[in-house]
Design a protein around this ligand. Sequence first.
Ligand SMILES: [Zn+2]
Length: 342
Amino acid sequence: MMRRFRPTFLIAAAAATVVGTPARAQSSAGGSDVPCAVPMSWTVAGIDRRFDLSTESAARALRDAGRLWERAVGSDLFRFDADAGSPLFFEYDERQAGVEERREREQEVERERRDIEAGRTRLDEASRRYESAGARYERGLAEYDRAVQAYNDDVRRWSREREVPPSVQSDLDRRRDELDRTLRALDDGRRDLRRLADSIQKDVDAFNERVDALADQNAALARDFPGSTAESGTYDEIVSRSNGRLVSVSRRIRIFRFSSHDDLVMVLAHELGHALGLGHARDDGAVMSAIIAPSASVIPSGTVTPMDVRMLSARCPRLGGRVQHRIDPRDRIREVQLRGTM
Ligand SMILES: [Zn+2]
């Protein structure tokens, strides 16, 4: 349509189509307008220093992400160079800050959980001590009952006699004193048991309160950091055309949040997938699923899935040489239908 030749790149760039609105808001048009342009070069171009991430680690994650695709299709797709290629930026904002805050809160909850578990062990021990002290008390009580029974029998027997010998009388007196002492000791024992039970009960109540508080903390954590809302990265490109002819394409990946190396690899694999020309997959576990990092602690499948590969070989048939043998023809038909409705 545009008849006039635009001589300079700058003007062409001004007339460029910007593809790649924020990744998570992307429709099926999320993939590159200049797809399958392999080998595609990428380089780590900038890392906000607030990320706890070295250039080497970032480059390693980028390579790992690229290899996920390359292994799946069996051919070279990317080049990773220290100072050439499309740029990868790490831009720090509240999203990564949120990841870090969540991690800290999770660690706090975990410490409390362990502390509570240790408390549970102590309570179990205390309650075992109480059980065995109670059993000792019961045995002492039964023994006392038998001794009282025997004493009473003897007293009744001697009371039928005309006369009680002094030695028997003093023996009965001695046994009676002994029984009184035993009863006092049993009373003391019962009071000790009651005190022990009260103190264990207090500990149990405090323990239960902590368990409840931990459940609240967990709920608050889930409430304050709902997964899948924060965008992890974006792929953008500027395509310049002149007279319908491609003049240039400049690509860029920006990463905003990740919780671990593995998480970062998956986020990067997702954005590289957009760069290859792929939109979003409908499978939740797929690399190209719109929800790639549902939460800081959950890592998706960790690999390129058959769904991703089917998408890639549909978009870039010449990349799928080895892949096509693996694809069930019925899946291909279904894939075509899916793409049509996306
Ligand atoms: Zn995306």
